[in-house]
Every structure is written in C-alpha cells, then in structure tokens.
Ligand binder design. Structure first.
Ligand code: PMP
Length: 365
C-alpha cells in the first residue's frame, strides 16, 4: 500500500470531540431540551419540508430565517448570520479572527470547542483560569488585555459546564477595554433570561452567539446564529462554507422561530425544575452543586466516577468532567423532565447512602 504523508502538524495529538453519548432511559448529558417540538409544530414542519426543492441549492445566507431573527432582535438583516449549529460559527470565529501569529483569550473551565478551534487554526490561546467558584478573574483578564496582543475573546454566558452567566457590568467593561473581537456565547441565554444584545448599538467589537439546539429543541437539526455589527458579519461571511445551512434546516428553523412562543412553557418548566433539583442536591450529604443560570447543574462529590457508573446502570446518563482540569470530581446533569429528574435524584441519593453504609462497614471491620 502506498504511504500517506503526515496530516497538518497542529493535528498531532489532537483528540476529536467526543460527546460521550451512550443510549440511556434518561439522556441528561448533553444539555438538550428534554421535550421535542410539539405535534402541531411538527406538522407545520412536515408541510414546509414538502415544499422544499431538493434538486436546488439552498439560499446560501438563509435570508428568510435571517430576516425573522433580525426582526425579533430589532436589527437589520446585515447584523445576523446563520450557521450549521453554533459550532460552525465558533469555527468561523477562529478562522476569521485567529490564525498563525494571532491570539485568543479563554477562561477555562469552559466549552472545550473554543480551545480546539484555536489549535486547529494555529491560534495561540491565553488561558485565564477561573477562580474556585468559577467566576472570572477579572483583574487578570484586564491586565492581560492591556498588553494589546489579544485578537479575540470568548466568554460563555452562562458558562458551560460551570453554570453561571458572566456579570453584565464585567462584559461591558470588557468590551470597553479592548478592540479585540469579544464573542459572548449566549447558547443558553433563554434559561438565564439575560443578554448583552443592547450593547451591539455601542460596541463594534461585540458578537453574540445563539443556538436553536437548546431552548428550541433542535439539537438534531444544526442551526445557530450570530448577532453583530455589519462589518463583523461581513468578515464571517468570507470564511463560511457557502451552503452550510441546508434547505431542510432553513425550513425547519423558520417554522420553529415563528412559533418560538410555544417553547416558553417548556423553558419555564426547566427553570423551575432547576430550582427543585438544586434544592434536592443541596440536601444530599457530600454533594456540592454549583449555582446555575442554565439548563444543567454542575456538582462535585467524592467518587464522582463511581457515581457516574451507578447512575448509568440505573438508566441515567450524565456527563463526567472529573478528568477535566479544575473540574476534578465533577459531574454535569442536564435538567430533564420531572420524571427524569426524580430518577436522577433518587439514584444519586441511593449511591450516597450505599457508599455511606460501605464506609461504615469498613470502619467497623
Ligand atoms: N456554545 C456552548 C457553550 C455550547 O454548550 C454549545 C453546545 N454544546 C454550543 C455553543 C454549540 O451548540 P450547537 O452547535 O448545537 O448550536
């Protein structure tokens, strides 16, 4: 067999993104909406797809969907760009504002895709580790920005996987302090009810990322969008794949976005369930849940790996972050339906109780 030369050097040692998805009765590992789109919306989607000409290329810029999003946000179409999931737009950010000789500022622990995209594009990453409570070390961030070499910054608000949003006054001071492009990743903003969108009017260096994958139950469809000033959108347009958002996804996105008010009760339920699960976790000995503005809760406990196994054996898939730096012994549980949340809580409590009994027996022996 003829040999192949090595792939690009920045790929050496790189591990492909792995969502660690496994079949389970309760899928609480990927921060998805536990409820699918309802039957009426599904019928409207089916009718819309029936009208899609499959033999024709889609509108490269998804302009109809773009207009809907622009109108809802009080913006012009030129301030919106739709992508194949937020993930594509995150990659486009690294292509457009990163590259050899360029640098991004990152606040780990955070969404791992940010650092991976930087590496793929040969962008240098400056990490400013979050404090023990996962808040951003603001003084360190401003001091580093003052050196003047940062080309882009990403702040997830709320931050995945830790849970809380970034303080609004910090984001505004950050935007004021730099001419770097600042992406505020609002993939979960429907659960925090907070956005920096008003700052678009005064800050050319702001880009906001949103997604249809969470509040709008469309993780399987792959739709995300950015809001920014037209000059920023124009740069993103230069690097994007022309037809990355297919015609079927555009049709689905338009129906769902027009009917987005129907997702509101589901969002409210998730927010209420988050409070209930938080209370139950706080009342569970040896479990430390971190506060959350999103649709999941990060928790720390001894034997997190064994707890993951126990939960999975009981039918609940959560995400194990215990091997991630700064997240030792941490699990992340997505807020599911009340039934799924009850199953999770009862299994976790059973694990803690059984472990307590085992420890007591070992102490007596
Ligand atoms: N940002 C954050 C913080 C996320 O957690 C995710 C999804 N895991 C995304 C962006 C991208 O989501 P999607 O590609 O599904 O739109």
């Amino acid at each position: 067999m003829n040999r192949v030369r090595a792939a690009a050097s920045q790929l050496a040692g790189l591990v492909p993104y792995d969502p660690k998805y496994l079949p389970a009765e309760a899928l609480l590992s990927a921060n998805e909406n536990p409820r699918d789109v309802d039957d009426e919306v599904r019928e409207l989607i089916a009718a819309a797809i029936a009208r899609v000409p499959f033999n024709r290329y889609p509108d490269p810029l998804a302009n109809d969907l773009r207009d809907l999003i622009a109108e809802a946000n009080g913006l012009d179409r030129s301030c919106v760009l739709v992508g194949n999931g937020g993930d594509e737009l995150l990659f486009n950010l690294a292509l457009a504002w990163g590259g050899p000789g360029r640098t991004c500022l990152n606040f780990p622990p955070t969404f791992s895709v940010y650092a991976a995209n930087a590496r793929l594009t040969n962008t240098a990453v400056v990490d400013i580790a979050r404090r023990d409570d996962f808040s951003i070390d603001e003084e360190a961030a401003f001091a580093r920005l003052a050196e003047g070499d940062i080309d882009y910054v990403i702040v997830a608000s709320p931050n995945n996987p830790t849970g809380l949003r970034a303080p609004a006054d910090f984001l505004e001071r950050l935007l004021d302090a730099t001419d770097a492009l600042v992406m505020v990743d609002e993939a979960y903003f429907e659960f925090s009810r907070q956005t920096v969108r008003p700052l678009l009017a005064t800050h050319e260096n702001l880009v906001i990322l949103r997604t249809f994958s969470k509040a709008f139950s469309l993780a399987g469809v792959r739709l995300g969008y950015i809001l920014a000033n037209p000059g920023v959108i124009a740069e993103f347009q230069k690097v994007r794949q022309p037809y990355s958002v297919d015609a079927v996804s555009q049709a689905i996105g338009e129906v769902v976005y027009r009917h987005r008010a129907r997702f509101e009760p589901g969002i409210r339920e998730i927010i209420e369930e988050r409070a209930r699960v938080m209370e139950a976790l706080r009342a569970t000995a040896g479990v430390r849940p971190f506060p959350s503005d999103s649709n999941w809760i990060l928790l720390r406990m001894d034997d997190a790996g064994a707890a993951w196994d126990y939960l999975y054996a009981g039918g609940v898939l959560v995400r194990d972050f215990s091997a991630t730096p700064l997240l030792e012994n941490c699990l992340r549980v997505t807020i599911g339906t009340p039934v799924q949340n009850d199953l999770f809580i009862s299994l976790l409590r059973a694990f803690v109780a059984e472990r307590g009994e085992r420890r007591a027996r070992a102490a007596r022996a």
